[in-house]
Design a protein around this ligand. Structure first.
Ligand code: ADP
Ligand code: MG
Length: 622
């Protein structure tokens, strides 16, 4: 193929501009990105060669070589990995295949600190070479293609790039950077070595550089022809814990997760027995921007006997632990395992169960011994962990202990165990209320009697709470009960005198109640007298087993059919407004207003707000 000029995809041009301008303060990361691409290319070759050993040609030892030419001002990163065909070079080095480019650019353009890890996260690492280079040349030949199918790709990193066919006897890729004026530091062995050991020690491939020797005559060191390995070249998780420092764990985590912060916690274990594997799992300190995206990249990487098999092997972790990052290296799985096979494998099931337990143990440890960290964890990941209550019955009890809520006692951090320890003498269930916001929950009329009696109520305002509670019925032998569902039965929390008085009130109120039922028959399934209200005249309740108003609103927002069953209205016979009903000339208006207000107090919407206003005005004018 003759030399041909191609234009970068529009997004690439924008990314190039941003990367070279915003990431300058962190420019050394270009080397990390290019070495990581070289290492990926070797992983890919190893993987493809499982089915086709001929791809190794005569060079089965995979490695990366970093060299420079001080006079020509070039730096070259060469690997003997999978390489690229001409079509692949055009596609991979001229377009951005992954979604999320827009988000990436927004983040870089934003005011926050320019986050260098982002470029790896969004799959645009290659372009970081242009931070320090005004021209990049890539010479590459794909494994398995003949020598005359080599490719030279070259660009100044602005509008376009050139591609031509060349002869390349060696398989793999050499990326050469023509350094900009002022970037001479990357033409020095010590500087390159220090960047490599900072970012790439854990890479299991050897990274080689030419040895330097002290030249006494010139009184400086000179580069020899001999190559030496400059990284540790042992996959971090294969080394023993005692040899690994906190910093090394953190650096490894940052590399695999593209996070800028150190992890909140990690666990590193070699498991032997029915299934043999090593796990190195991390909990991030902050939620990634795409936590809610169920098909995001990342997660747990699967290796089999040190050979990289796949990223984000979802079968290795339950979905509700999708924020966990790390590596699992199995000694039992076949090397050619596919995603489909993983789903069915018994070994994988054992690994998943074991890893889940490890993560839960890590969280329990945080909750018990590092409360501050656990609070931070809960803030970012609590809603995701709650999914586990419904999805992982085996660990439901352990998960329930990890839950944290707001309550009438404290605005956050209330565990079910805390709640139980504060239960009143004679209190049987654990009481909760669901609402759209904490303020709505706190001010709910349903809480009045509980406040008066000093009984704690959990305030649940998370979208998943209602769903979660449809899977969690009890904790520590105590039932979970909504204070907005069914008639309140405070059981032995109410003394006999109170109960007797309530019954008397209900009997005396019966005639009014019957008229109320008649007035509201199109809106309420039932109207009854309640003792749950202290300051409010009325409240809406749904029957046990019915969908709450809160959930009905969530369903509606999500565009789903919300069930249309009628609620029950409960009235406080002691309230002045309710007392006024008896004998009122505006009985029907008052009844409707009572109902409307109960709907509003619960955070609901009126179907006919204008009618409500009209009635109120009529009543005000009297
Ligand atoms: P990412 O590594 O996240 O995919 P990059 O911008 O770093 O994004 O690289 C883009 C693509 O270019 C890679 O996915 C790969 O297909 C190709 N590529 C880059 N470097 C090499 C290399 N050394 N050998 C083979 N392919 C490479
Ligand atoms: Mg990359």
């Amino acid at each position: 193929m003759d030399k041909k000029t191609h234009s970068f995809q529009a997004e690439v041009k924008q990314v190039l501009h941003l990367v070279t301008h915003s990431l300058y303060s962190n420019k050394e990361i270009f080397l990390r990105e290019l070495v990581s691409n070289a290492s990926d290319a070797c992983d890919k070759l190893r993987f493809e060669a499982l089915d086709n050993a001929a791809l190794f040609e005569d060079a089965p030892n995979l490695e990366v070589r970093v060299s420079f030419d001080a006079e020509a001002r070039t730096l070259t990163i060469r690997d003997n990995g999978i390489g690229m065909s001409a079509d692949e070079a055009i596609a991979h080095l001229g377009t951005i295949a992954k979604s999320g480019t827009r988000e990436f650019m927004d983040k870089l353009e934003g005011d926050q600190k320019k986050d260098a890890s982002l470029i790896g996260q969004f799959g645009v690492g290659f372009y970081s070479g242009f931070i320090v280079a005004d021209r990049m040349t890539v010479e590459t030949r794909r494994a398995g293609l003949p020598a005359d199918q080599g490719v030279r790709w070259s660009s100044e990193g602005t509008g376009d790039f050139e591609v031509e066919t060349i002869t390349l006897p060696e398989r793999g890729t050499a990326v050469t950077l023509h350094l900009r004026e002022g970037e001479e530091e990357f033409l020095k062995t010590w500087r390159l070595k220090s960047v490599i050991s900072k970012y790439s020690d854990h890479i299991s491939l050897p990274i080689l550089m030419r040895k330097e020797e002290w030249n006494a005559e010139k009184a400086e060191s000179t580069v020899t022809d001999e190559w030496e390995t400059v990284n540790k070249a042992a996959a971090l998780w294969t080394r023993s814990k005692s040899e690994i420092t906190e910093e090394q764990y953190a650096e490894f985590y940052k590399q695999i997760s593209y996070d800028t912060e150190a992890p909140l916690a990690y666990t590193h274990n070699r498991v032997e027995g029915r299934s043999e594997y090593t796990q190195l799992l991390f909990i991030p300190a902050k939620a990634p921007f795409d936590l809610w995206n169920r098909d995001k990249r990342g997660g747990v990487k699967l290796y089999v006997k040190r050979v990289f098999i796949m990223d984000d092997a979802e079968a290795l972790m339950p979905v509700y632990l999708r924020f966990v990052k790390g590596v699992i290296d199995s000694a039992d799985l076949p090397l050619n395992v596919s995603r489909e096979l993983l789903q069915e494998s018994r070994d994988v099931k054992v690994i998943r169960e074991g890893s889940t337990k490890r993560v839960l143990a890590m969280l329990e440890d945080l909750a018990e011994n590092q409360a501050e960290k656990y609070t931070a964890f809960w803030k970012d990941f609590g809603s995701v962990l709650k999914e586990g209550i419904g999805e992982d019955h085996q660990n439901q009890e352990r998960l329930a202990k990890l839950l944290r809520f707001a309550s009438t006692h404290a605005d956050e951090g209330v565990s079910l165990a805390d709640y139980v320890s504060r239960m009143k003498e004679g209190q049987e269930p654990i009481y909760y209320i669901t609402a759209d916001t904490l303020a709505a929950a706190k001010n709910s009329p349903q809480l009045e009697i509980f406040r008066k009696k000093g009984i704690e109520v959990l305030l649940l305002t998370d979208r998943v709470d209602e769903w979660m509670l449809s899977h969690l019925f009890e904790f520590d032998g105590k039932q979970l009960q909504s204070v907005a569902k069914g008639a309140v039965d405070l059981g032995s929390l109410q003394d006999d005198e109170e109960k007797k008085k309530a019954e008397e009130v209900a009997t005396a109120f019966k005639p009014v109640l019957d008229r109320l039922k008649e007035s509201l028959k199109a809106r309420a399934k039932d109207v009854r007298v309640t003792t749950r209200l202290v300051d409010s005249p009325a409240c809406i309740v749904v029957e046990e087993g019915d969908v709450s108003g809160h959930l009905a609103r969530l369903l509606k927002q999500a565009g789903q059919q919300a069930p249309t069953g009628l609620p029950t209205l409960e009235v406080n016979a002691d309230h002045a407004l309710v007392k006024k009903l008896d004998g009122s000339a505006h009985f029907d208006d008052l009844a409707q207003v009572l109902f409307d207000q109960a709907v509003l107090a619960e955070g609901g919407h009126l179907e006919d707000p204008a009618a409500y206003v009209r009635r109120i005005n009529a009543l005000l004018v009297g």
